[in-house]
Design a protein around this ligand. Structure first.
Ligand SMILES: Cc1cc2nc3c(=O)[nH]c(=O)nc-3n(C[C@H](O)[C@H](O)[C@H](O)COP(=O)(O)OP(=O)(O)OC[C@H]3O[C@@H](n4cnc5c(N)ncnc54)[C@H](O)[C@@H]3O)c2cc1C
Length: 48
């Protein structure tokens, strides 16, 4: 979910670009946990 800008994540409808019928509440909630896990793993790698 991380963009080509370091540490900038996208979640939800915007991830589908112009296809706005791809991501809904029901199937994009997973984006949050993916993003948080990524942030946490970076943090743990930096501060073991
Ligand atoms: C009528 C309708 C019914 C729906 N029913 C369901 C349903 O039953 N189940 C389901 O799972 N999904 C449903 N959806 C889809 C659901 O609403 C979206 O998937 C969900 O709201 C997407 O959330 P999001 O945070 O990705 O985007 P959004 O909710 O669109 O949030 C994007 C936010 O960014 C803001 N924004 C945009 N441009 C800028 C800017 N330049 N600067 C600052 N802010 C900006 C917008 O104002 C908005 O608040 C429905 C959608 C509609 C329209």
């Amino acid at each position: 979910m991380e963009t080509n800008v370091h540490n900038l994540y996208l979640a939800g409808v915007v991830c589908g670009g112009k296809d706005t019928h791809l991501w809904f509440i029901e199937n994009s909630r997973v984006h949050a946990s993916i993003i948080v896990n990524s942030i946490l793993s970076k943090h743990i790698a930096k501060h073991p």
